[in-house]
Design a protein. Structure first.
Ligand SMILES: Nc1ncnc2c1ncn2[C@@H]1O[C@H](COP(=O)(O)OP(=O)(O)O)[C@@H](O)[C@H]1O
Ligand SMILES: Nc1ncnc2c1ncn2[C@@H]1O[C@H](COP(=O)(O)OP(=O)(O)O)[C@@H](O)[C@H]1O
Ligand SMILES: [Mg+2]
Ligand SMILES: [Mg+2]
Lengths: 635, 631
């Protein structure tokens, strides 16, 4: 939204991997499909070979059957004596026109057969390649998605979600398009080019060398232009990431935007991001647009060189490389050069997409390579159902090194106890709770459950013992039923309803037209804020956790409903270790321990009654609420 | 949400409309088109010169036999080769000159062709990029103007795919497909004419191939079109899952649902893959088949041309020219295949983009709506009934009340009773279904949205901040506000002290959605943001629910002062917050159950008394103990 505020860090250090490295890595992903790839390779060879040999056959048609007819008159075109014929060759005297025609027809039939075989191979190779390519893309897509799950909350403090997502959508889509068709086309083109070059050398190496004189220049030009283009495409990929991030943020903040009449200004700043993307792309295509015409021009020149050289050699009746230059030879070369131009042109056309895909792949691999800051230990302590003794030992924590958030926190929650945490906003209550399921790791000190450091457990084991109601309610774009069931797959409808009755959510759910099958909008839109909290609580209860964490779970619920829920929760919390953060003191009165926090430290600790008796900060807090109503208490 | 999935084949209206965008910057388009014509003509000229070279070689070869011939021999040579005596003599005297001329011409035309082909490609790409730019700007403007009700239903991930990926596919067609089609057409028609001119009999061999290709394309378009639409749908679905998993990462992790979410994602990814493979199955039949047809035509031409050569009805140069021009006919056919694929894809994507652009904005300015000048702040709800969906149960039912300028109104009621809904109607986030809301006696639907909303400062129940600094966020509604003003409202919202305790002070980054702030800090920034507008009407929807009591009381003091001059609506759970309101509205299931002041309601309204007592901590024992311990 605000330009200054973008997270610039990972933008500027564009860890551009080297292109060969990226390509090798992409190639590696095809390795599991090697039998397919070998078959594809064979098919590609057939297609390329057919390109070459049909041109050779064409030359032979001229030399062996057409030219003799010309020779029979006096309009001699060169000397066909040196012609290399695979099949019976016409001699000037013995062959009449019908025999020449038959020879020609035979050759053309063979050519037809080759073309049919080539078409079949081409079709099959395209299909197989795309079948493999799409599987590879699917694998990358799924691994990227898996990678997202392994990223920590801390990662998203530093990176824009929209940009991260762009790698999974825009970058991957570019890659997919490339892999789908470009890759086989490029492969085919490259093989064809190489084969044609070799064939040209084989037939007559001097003539061959002359015909391909321009190839190295073409190579250099291509290389130069595409390295320039790639640099710009890298920028363009980043810019589309920015567009994504900007969109993402503005769509999710669209209500604020309208409330504050900022549509115009936001559109204005989007225009800037949008223009940056446009310009980066334009400057990238300025290079790729030059590539294809340049190569084409070179192709024409190559054609001229081959024709001219051939013509001159024919004129001088010469031999070259110890071999007679025949008309058929010249025609073969002209055709080969032409068949060279086509794949080269094709490579050039696809180059834009390929370059863009390479730039995209770099971003994809960058995300795949992201080392999760929080990982499972190599030898996790096996835990099953925890008893629920939670201990903090001198835990200190910060999000940014220069801003301590928790300062040597120590606490012990015995199994089954309810611990209430109170204190001003920003004291660090939520932060403490986030350390228990290991959303973050302490900077120093340790968090232990049942005497085992949480860092020694598998996260999935740890978390399946914890039910959490986050301060920021999050619901999915799904039915209410599925939203509640999210915490315990396989819970029956009846179980879900039962739990919803406990949490007083059932009442409002049943009033909805579609009841439990009501589909919620994104983040639960379509419900009032308090109703979302009720669902979130229901979801946590359904998990039947050993440790229950309620972070301001009823802050948006009206006080009467809250009282009702509290009754239910108290029954539920019996036997489970619970952590409760709340501002309304009625919620915390019955806790076994109350921790009063301030500025990242626990300043008072005890039961409600003990703390009141201390006459400290908790007492003051309590009095302030009490005072507010005290005047009104009916005598 | 459902795209135009079922529609068969290509969506021509959408495609046509998308093409309209390529004319937005007609300068680029014209340049591209002009370059295309010149470049293509230059391209067409080259085979002619190649023919010249070959013809000249033949001529020179024939001429080289001249030397020893008598006049009879010469005559037969001329008859045989079709050259005149002058030609032969010239060729004999200077066999190289015409070759050199042709080569220079080729060089010249190749370079010309290169330059114009570059201009064509560059201008076309530029045009495409500009069109995409326009598309995205329009989409953004549209998305930001669409009403809350639209966004309640719409998924962010879906919108984003349409604004990025779908636009990209339309762009590709505009950038590459359009000009490619033009070029292919010109090339094909011109080459065909040249071929007919050169040797019509030989040219006839080529003609039957064209309808075959046409049929092929039509078949392809009708089969693959729906697949492309489906592919985009799956892509949107994938992105929506992704979007939710990123936004709700903590919930997913809390309940250890990574595996099952991955399975869900994997399933859609599989479908997506299968669709993509299905498309390529069509492609991998179509393209090789086209190539085959083209190659067979070449064989036919070779064979038939060879015959003509044998019978001396064709010169060698003509023949090889034929072979060159024939690729100019078949290459475009291949290109058409490519273009059809691109166009089919673009039309599917364009339809998805236009679907957003064509969505009706439910809440919008009426024709002749007037600008609302600074209002006094008199608000009246007149028999307001409201439903979120047509035909559903009303969420607000016949609600009527009036508020005098400067009054503070508190709204109380159970969760889901319609409190937030009431205040969402005031800035017209939704329009009433029945009845009317008046400000200063004017129906708010007769005022322009901007002028109405800019007089209202609102703190929504769900706080959303934007990435950027704290200052940026507080000054969201008025970026031009001075530092002093920003600080003043930050003090009023009791957030100033926290801000200055941060190393970067007001320049502290808040992260996406304000993720680096605690819940109460976010709420206070949101309050400051609303206060900075100095609105005539202030709305606070449960805006201190995450703020601790003591801080809340500090904010309350500031608000009491600020609310004196404005009409204010306050939703809160705590009686202590609403006690001082001039008027308290009690909502029950969307109906106004009672209105009054704290005092009158305490006496007359059971519900209110009930709410009140729910907040009393029955703690006299502990309190007495504490006070005793104190004393
Ligand atoms: N993701 C984060 N990155 C940086 N700072 C954070 C982050 N989350 C919270 N903070 C800061 O840490 C402090 C404690 O926050 P929190 O634990 O959320 O407070 P609360 O006690 O209100 O729950 C606050 O000052 C807040 O600004
Ligand atoms: N965007 C929406 N779409 C459909 N129904 C909604 C929407 N927002 C709220 N509701 C429904 O309207 C009723 C009133 O909601 P709301 O006004 O948010 O309640 P509250 O009094 O808690 O603020 C609730 O039953 C809720 O389910
Ligand atoms: Mg918190
Ligand atoms: Mg509400």
């Amino acid at each position: 939204m605000f330009d200054g505020g973008r997270f610039m860090m990972d933008r500027e250090v564009s860890r551009a991997q080297s292109v060969p490295q990226t390509l090798r890595r992409l190639g590696g992903m095809f390795a599991p499909y090697w039998p397919w790839m070998i078959l594809v390779m064979v098919l590609v060879l057939i297609v390329a070979g057919s390109q070459v040999y049909t041109a050779v056959l064409l030359g032979q048609a001229i030399d062996c059957y057409v030219n003799p007819a010309l020779l029979s008159g006096s309009g001699t075109v060169g000397d066909a004596a040196g012609a290399n014929c695979w099949f019976e060759r016409a001699d000037t005297q013995g062959w009449g026109v019908p025999a020449l025609l038959t020879g020609l027809t035979h050759l053309m039939l063979i050519t037809t057969a080759i073309y049919i075989a080539s078409a079949a191979s081409r079709s099959l190779s395209f299909y197989m390649m795309s079948a493999v390519g799409n599987r590879v893309v699917r694998r990358i897509r799924v691994s990227l998605f898996r990678r997202i799950h392994s990223l920590t909350l801390g990662y998203f403090n530093r990176h824009e979600a929209g940009d991260v997502m762009s790698r999974l959508t825009n970058d991957l889509d570019t890659l997919q398009q490339s892999i789908n068709f470009m890759m086989i086309s490029v492969l085919l083109a490259v093989v064809t080019v190489i084969w044609i070059l070799i064939q040209m050398l084989i037939i007559n190496y001097v003539y061959g060398l002359i015909s391909m004189a321009l190839i190295p220049v073409m190579y250099l030009v291509t290389n130069w232009l595409s390295s320039l283009a790639r640099r710009e495409f890298r920028k363009a990929r980043r810019e589309i990431g920015n567009i994504n991030a900007d969109l993402q943020e503005n769509i999710s903040g669209v209500r604020e935007m309208q409330a504050f009449v900022r549509e115009g200004a936001s559109s204005e700043s989007f225009r800037e991001v949008n223009a940056a993307n446009r310009d980066a792309n334009i400057s990238a295509v300025s290079y790729t647009s030059a590539l294809s015409p340049t190569l084409e021009a070179f192709g024409f020149l190559g054609l001229t060189v081959a024709t001219l050289a051939g013509g001159l050699l024919l004129l001088n009746g010469g031999t070259l490389g110890g071999q007679a230059v025949t008309l058929g030879l010249v025609i073969t070369y002209i055709n080969l050069v032409q068949r060279l131009n086509q794949p080269i042109g094709q490579i050039a056309v696809m180059w834009t997409n390929v370059q863009s895909a390479i730039a995209g792949s770099e971003r994809i691999f960058e995300l795949l390579d992201e080392e999760p800051e929080i990982q499972d230990p190599p030898q996790p302590v096996a835990v099953n159902r925890l008893r629920g003794r939670v201990e903090f030992h001198h835990v200190s924590f910060h999000y940014n090194p220069d801003e301590p958030v928790l300062d040597r926190i120590s606490l012990i929650a015995r199994p089954g106890e309810t611990v209430a945490i109170v204190g001003p906003t920003g004291a660090g209550k939520t932060t403490i709770l986030n350390l228990i399921p290991r959303f973050y790791d302490p900077i120093s000190g340790s968090v232990k459950i049942d005497g085992v450091d949480v860092r020694q457990m598998r996260r999935s084991d740890l978390r399946s013992n914890i039910g959490m109601v986050l301060q920021d309610t999050f619901l999915f774009n799904d039915t209410i039923m599925n939203n509640i069931r999210f915490s315990r797959e396989g819970a029956t409808d009846a179980e879900v309803r039962g739990v919803a009755e406990l949490s007083y959510a059932d009442e409002f759910i049943r009033r909805l037209e579609d009841g439990y099958e009501t589909v919620l909008g994104e983040r639960g839109s379509g419900l009032s804020q308090g109703q979302r909290q009720l669902l979130s609580i229901t979801r946590a209860i359904l998990a039947d956790p050993r440790i229950l964490i309620l972070d301001e779970a009823t802050s948006s619920v009206d006080t009467r409903t809250e009282l009702l829920i509290q009754g239910a929760l108290e029954a539920l919390m019996r036997g489970r270790t619970s952590f409760v953060v709340a501002h309304r003191l009625s919620t915390i009165r019955n806790a076994d321990q109350v921790l009063m926090m301030q500025d990242g430290r626990i300043i008072e600790k005890g039961t409600h009654t003990e703390l009141l008796a201390q006459g400290g900060a908790y007492h003051a807090l309590y009095m302030s609420q009490y005072q507010a109503l005290e005047d009104e208490v009916p005598a | 949400m459902g795209g135009p999935g079922g529609r068969p084949g290509m969506n021509l209206p959408a495609l046509k409309r998308a093409l309209g965008y390529s004319l937005h910057h007609s300068r680029f388009m014209m340049l591209a088109l002009g370059s295309m014509l010149v470049g293509t003509l230059a391209q067409l000229a080259v085979p002619q010169f190649i023919q010249d070279i070959l013809d000249n070689v033949t001529l020179a070869l024939a001429a080289s036999g001249m030397a020893g011939l008598d006049s009879a021999g010469l005559d037969s040579l001329m008859a045989e080769s079709g050259f005149t005596l002058e030609q032969l003599t010239a060729a004999n005297n200077n066999p190289l000159q015409p070759l050199v001329v042709s080569s220079i011409l080729i060089l010249f035309f190749s370079i010309g062709r290169g330059v114009f082909a570059f201009l064509q490609a560059y201008m076309a790409e530029k045009n495409g990029q500009y069109a995409a730019y326009d598309f995205r700007n329009e989409l953004f403007a549209k998305i930001s103007s669409l009403s809350f009700s639209y966004h309640d239903r719409q998924r962010t991930g879906e919108l984003m795919v349409r604004a990025t990926d779908d636009v990209e596919k339309v762009r590709q067609f505009i950038s590459q497909g359009l000009l490619m089609a033009g070029q292919a057409l010109v090339l094909m028609v011109a080459s065909l004419s040249i071929l007919f001119y050169t040797n019509w009999r030989l040219a006839l061999v080529v003609v039957p191939i064209l309808p075959v290709a046409m049929l092929m394309f039509m078949f392809f378009g009708s089969r693959v079109g729906p697949l492309f639409a489906m592919i985009q749908q799956r892509l949107s679905h994938l992105n929506s899952i992704l979007q939710e998993n990123v936004a709700g990462l903590q919930v997913v992790k809390s309940y250890v649902r990574e595996k099952s979410e991955q399975a869900r994602f994997g399933k859609v990814a599989d479908e997506h893959m299968r669709n993509s493979i299905r498309v390529s199955r069509f492609m991998s039949v179509m393209f090789p088949f086209l190539f085959l047809v083209a190659n067979l035509a070449i064989v036919a031409v070779t064979w038939y041309g060879g015959r003509l050569l044998i019978f001396d009805e064709l010169t060698l140069g003509q023949w090889s020219k034929f072979m060159l021009y024939i690729t100019y006919i078949f290459f475009p056919i291949g290109q058409f295949g490519f273009i059809i694929a691109m166009a089919t894809q673009a039309s599917a994507s364009a339809a998805r983009v236009f679907e957003i652009l064509d969505t009706d904005v439910e809440v919008r300015n009426r024709p002749g709506a007037r600008t609302l000048d600074t209002v006094q702040g008199m608000v009246e709800f007149r028999n307001v009934t409201f439903r979120y969906f047509e035909g559903s149960e009303p969420v607000l039912n016949d609600v009527s009340f009036g508020v005098m300028p400067g009054e503070t109104v508190a709204i109380l009621g159970a969760t889901g009773s319609g409190k937030s809904t009431i205040i969402n109607l005031l800035p017209r986030f939704y329009d009433v279904s029945d009845g009317a809301i008046l400000i200063d006696g004017i129906d708010i639907r007769d005022a322009t949205l901007d002028s109405l909303r800019s007089q209202i400062g609102i703190v929504l129940q769900e706080t959303v901040l934007f990435s950027g600094t704290i200052r940026d966020n507080i000054a969201f509604g008025r970026p031009e506000a001075t530092d002093i003003e920003v600080e003043a409202v930050a003090r009023d919202a009791a957030i100033h002290d926290f801000i200055v305790s941060q190393p970067n002070g007001y320049r502290t980054d808040v992260g996406e959605r304000g993720s680096t702030l605690s819940g109460g800090q976010k709420q206070r920034v949101a309050i400051a943001r609303a206060l900075l507008l100095q609105p005539r009407i202030l709305i606070l929807d449960d805006s201190t629910s995450s703020v601790d009591l003591q801080t809340e009381q500090r904010i309350q003091q500031a608000l009491d002062r600020l609310m004196e001059q404005r009409t204010s609506f306050v939703i809160a759970q705590r009686i202590s917050t609403v006690r001082n309101a001039d008027r308290i509205l009690i909502l029950e299931n969307g109906r106004l159950a009672a209105t009054g002041t704290h005092e009158t309601l305490m006496e007359s309204n059971e519900l209110y008394a009930d709410i009140f007592s729910s907040q009393l901590v029955d703690d006299s024992a502990a309190l007495a103990e504490a006070q005793a311990g104190w004393a």
